[in-house]
Design a protein around this ligand. Structure first.
Ligand SMILES: [Ca+2]
Length: 253
């Protein structure tokens, strides 16, 4: 950074312009303020000018979403670490029962894509994308993702992907198309990534067996053996209880 830029920054700072919040949001009797902070950003939840909660990350975004079913809406804060892809962190705050954090989740890549009330009960479901970054030596560009849906019942979050299969079904369709395209051009990594994406999205909606059958019929040997070599890890990533293919017990993890 040259001296001229530094001088300009110092001038802006002295005029108070550098402290201008990037975003402010009224949230019931609270307010949210996102500001620049030491090369990153800071989000503050304030009540009558007093900071109650402070979240720091490289980049921060905020939106209001209805999760509990009772107004005011919840505050969804999303933090990005910076870097090429990784990492997303979600913080969900509610005012129900006093200001508190309802959810904290580090996602790596992916994250909550949308909060939408899918069954009309007034509570928004969380549509999340889990990215299998670099799985089985895939490059990031070929790393697929799986859509899983979560609902809040007033106490706990639970998975409802099978009840709301549309995001996973759409992803299955897209990965199947990608797979056929990669197969016709002989793109081995493209076939591996899209085959994995197809299988994962099928598994989370109870169509894993049919998807595996189709892949075993449609994929060349190098893709089939790669899928089978990673099968235990793939199934464990979507299984509520761990599976083990190991003959030696207890299995080595
Ligand atoms: Ca709902």
């Amino acid at each position: 950074m040259n001296a001229w830029v530094l001088a300009l920054m110092a001038l802006l700072g002295s005029l108070g312009l550098a402290q201008k919040p990037l975003k402010t949001l009224a949230w019931g009797s609270y307010s949210l303020r996102i500001e620049e902070n030491e090369g990153g950003q800071v989000a503050r939840i304030l009540l009558a000018g007093r900071t109650l909660v402070e979240v720091r990350d490289f980049l921060l975004e905020a939106s209001l979403v209805e999760v509990t079913g009772r107004p005011p809406k919840e505050l969804l804060l999303t933090g990005y670490s910076g870097g090429a892809h990784c990492c997303t962190t979600h913080y969900l705050f509610t005012q129900e029962g006093g200001l508190r954090n309802l959810l904290y989740q580090e996602w790596g890549d992916g994250g909550i894509q949308e909060v939408r009330d899918l069954d009309g009960d007034g509570r928004g479901e969380l549509i999340a994308l889990w990215v299998y970054a670099y799985f089985g030596d895939l490059s990031f560009a070929y790393s697929p993702g799986v859509y899983r849906v979560y609902a809040y019942d007033g106490m706990a979050f639970h998975e409802v992907t099978r009840k709301f299969p549309l995001p996973a079904l759409q992803a299955m369709r897209a990965y199947r198309k990608d797979f056929l395209k990669a197969r016709s051009s002989g793109d081995l990594l493209g076939m591996r990534g899209s085959a994995l994406g197809y299988w994962l999205n099928a598994l989370v909606i109870g169509q894993g067996a049919e998807a595996k059958r189709w892949l075993m019929e449609s994929a060349p040997p190098e893709v089939r053996s790669w899928l089978l070599q990673h099968e235990e890890e793939i199934l464990n990533s979507v299984s509520a209880l761990p599976r083990s293919y190991s003959r030696a017990l207890p299995p080595k993890r």
